[in-house]
Design a protein around this ligand. Structure first.
Ligand SMILES: [Zn+2]
Ligand SMILES: [Zn+2]
Length: 282
């Protein structure tokens, strides 16, 4: 039976390297059951990786065209990875809600530094380490705990605000965090807000993705493998996503992540099947 799927992917409409159809062809070749497009949402400012707002109609039309063209071969889904910036810019606002997406991923890449949504008023936590360190020193007094607190505070607000289905790379802060002295995934100051976040996820019923984009290169999953048991304990539904930016990486790290999920007690992932969220055995 065809069990492979991926619901987190980036194509040439944002910072992906291949055309949407290239990803579909790779997915069909790899006998995927389902494939979801989740371009980085447009923001109030331009970045090198987010979609531009004027491109949205073409994006929607192209994914719909592919859905029709490949119907019967693979289930294709139209989504977005939507940044939570603040109460005025997130997945719940009318602009995103009016797009009639099949699903969306809520993610934190930027921490707002004040109430102005300009690029220079944002600390990006998902870029190169040298940028992370610059933001950390300039805006958080060099205190790794403060930037981590800010990340979890934004994440809690995102969960409360809603408007999306899947929580994207729920603990992305550790990617750069662990490179800084004093950061400790097991420390109380880290674990307390992180577990509160998982409690709220369970209460609200979100799906958490196991993001395996960095697995092959760095052995990392988001969330970190040491927290899979905590997800399992709370019966949090999970989905395994490669967050690929290239068509040859659509399945990268997925098998390994699924094996780790099984070790943590998971027997199924939760995915779109014929248009509704259902459990799929692993
Ligand atoms: Zn992301
Ligand atoms: Zn992504």
């Amino acid at each position: 039976m065809k069990q492979n799927s991926n619901f987190h992917s980036h194509c040439t409409f944002c910072d992906g390297r291949n055309l949407p159809e290239d990803f579909v062809e790779a997915a069909v070749t790899n006998r995927f059951r389902a494939y979801g497009f989740s371009s980085h949402s447009p923001l109030p400012f331009e970045t090198s990786w987010n979609m531009s707002k004027p491109d949205m109609p073409d994006y929607l039309a192209e994914i719909k065209r592919l859905k029709n063209k490949y119907a019967g071969e693979i289930e294709l889904y139209l989504g977005l990875e939507i940044d939570y910036l603040d109460a005025t810019c997130n997945a719940a606002i009318p602009y995103f809600q009016s797009l009639s997406l099949d699903y969306s991923i809520g993610s934190i890449h930027f921490l707002p530094l004040n109430h102005t949504l300009n690029k220079e008023d944002m600390a990006c936590i998902d870029g190169p380490y040298r940028d992370f360190e610059m933001y950390l020193n300039e805006y958080f007094g060099g205190d790794i705990r403060r930037i981590t607190e800010s990340f979890f505070a934004s994440s809690m607000q995102m969960l409360e605000t809603g408007g999306f289905d899947i929580v994207g790379h729920v603990d992305k802060i550790y990617m750069n965090g662990i490179r800084h002295p004093g950061f400790d995934l097991q420390a109380g100051w880290y674990q307390k807000p992180f577990l509160q976040l998982l409690d709220l996820i369970a209460e609200k019923g979100y799906i958490v993705e196991i993001n395996c984009k960095n697995y092959a290169r760095k052995g990392q999953t988001f969330p970190h493998v040491t927290s899979f048991q905590e997800l399992s304990k709370r019966n949090i539904p999970v989905i395994v996503n490669s967050d690929c930016h290239q068509a040859d990486l659509i399945n990268d790290g997925r098998e390994e992540a699924i094996a780790l999920l099984k070790e943590a007690g998971y027997k199924a992932t939760t995915e779109l099947v014929n248009g509704s969220w259902q459990e799929v055995g692993i």
